[in-house]
Design a protein around this ligand. Structure first.
Ligand code: A2P
Length: 331
């Protein structure tokens, strides 16, 4: 089996190689691709060095699967060309997510959205993935009416540039020669993710609204979001206020969350236990805590959701999709 990783030199792409190793996807011919700048460089995979090739060369090799994390423009241009060769593309960019012919998948929730004819499958936004992992069992049991979301997103969500900007500023190299943001991020908090629309919302906020509705298959959920970048190197956190249609007991919510594959409840205020990015770092799971009733509405609760955005928010989710499809197509 041939698997291409497009963007193999990037932050998410290189993590995808590690995830393929962790998930035992090593008995494959790897085609690591990146921009022309990187052709000929080497990446490590399964104990061997592999030369980076160009995207056209990867298409030419007609891989069975291609996992993309090289930005929306690259996905828009090249994903259809891979697909034409019969390859199944799992794309981590936002380019295809809202296309009605493209399933938007979190395997624990809706791998059934992928049908045999689908050749492009979208990996959701990092903040959406970790949030819906916690919300899916709640939605199924009680029906979600409304969500009010505030995110605290790490700089690794902006790729190498985000990390480099923060590292430079921490070392006193100001202004940083590499910037991902309009302002310094060290010692700062920036309420701006992506571009603003004419309503004053950012593209990252709009993604949370639209992608959540698509994955939970419910266009009627009322959702509002504020996306904030914080000076944390890895791991996104989210405060999510949830209103449900049906009444619930918090014990039942805790039980449902504990039973959700890939979710770990960390919620013991008496011992100061709650999820934090430092402890979610390099883990594949989504951590949920601060589970408490919102007494200001009839059926309301608050959740605090934390996950490693480069893992479950990107690389882990994409590799899990490929593993599920390989498993399904083998049986
Ligand atoms: P390169 O390293 O050659 O620039 P990150 O999000 O960490 O910045 O990574 C982005 C990834 O996408 C890198 O692997 C980068 O390759 C790749 N990439 C960027 N632009 C293109 C392009 N036009 N074609 C193919 N790969 C690209």
């Amino acid at each position: 089996m041939k698997i291409a990783v497009v963007g193999a030199t990037g932050l998410v792409g290189s993590k995808m190689l590690r995830l393929m190793e962790e998930y035992g996807l090593t008995d494959v011919e790897l085609l690591p691709a990146a921009s022309e700048r990187s052709v000929g460089k080497e990446v490590e995979f399964a104990g061997k060095k592999h030369k980076v090739i160009s995207v056209p060369d990867a298409i030419e090799a007609a891989p069975h699967y291609a996992i993309f994390s090289a930005g929306g423009g690259t996905s828009l241009q090249y994903a259809p060309l891979f697909a034409q060769k019969g390859c199944t593309v799992v794309d981590n960019s936002s380019a295809w997510r809202m296309d009605k012919n493209v399933p938007l998948v979190v395997p624990e929730i809706n791998i059934d959205a992928v049908e045999d004819h689908h050749r492009i499958i979208a990996n959701p936004n990092c903040s959406t993935i970790q949030m819906v992992m916690a919300l899916a069992p709640i939605h199924k049991a009680f029906g979600i009416e409304r969500l009010v979301i505030s995110t605290y997103q790490s700089v690794s969500g902006s790729g190498m540039k985000g990390l480099q900007q923060m590292e430079n500023e921490e070392k006193g190299i100001i202004p940083s020669p590499v910037t991902a943001y309009h302002y310094p991020i060290h010692h700062n908090v920036i309420p701006h993710g992506g571009d603003f629309d004419n309503q004053g919302y950012t593209t990252e906020e709009v993604k949370l609204v639209n992608e959540t509705r698509k994955i939970l298959r419910d266009p009627d959920i009322r959702i509002t979001a504020t996306v904030v970048r914080v000076p944390v190197s890895g791991g996104h956190s989210e405060a999510v206020n949830v209103e449900t249609k049906k009444p619930f007991e918090l014990d039942e919510v805790r039980r449902l969350l504990s039973q959700m594959p890939g979710v770990i409840v960390v919620d013991d205020p008496s011992r100061n236990l709650y999820p934090m990015p430092l402890y979610a770092y390099d883990k594949n799971e989504v951590f949920v805590g601060r589970i408490r009733r919102d007494e200001s509405v009839k059926n309301g609760m608050n959740l605090w959701i934390v996950s490693d955005n480069i893992r479950k928010g990107a690389a882990t989710n994409a590799v899990q999709i490929v593993c599920k499809l390989i498993e399904r197509r083998r049986s």
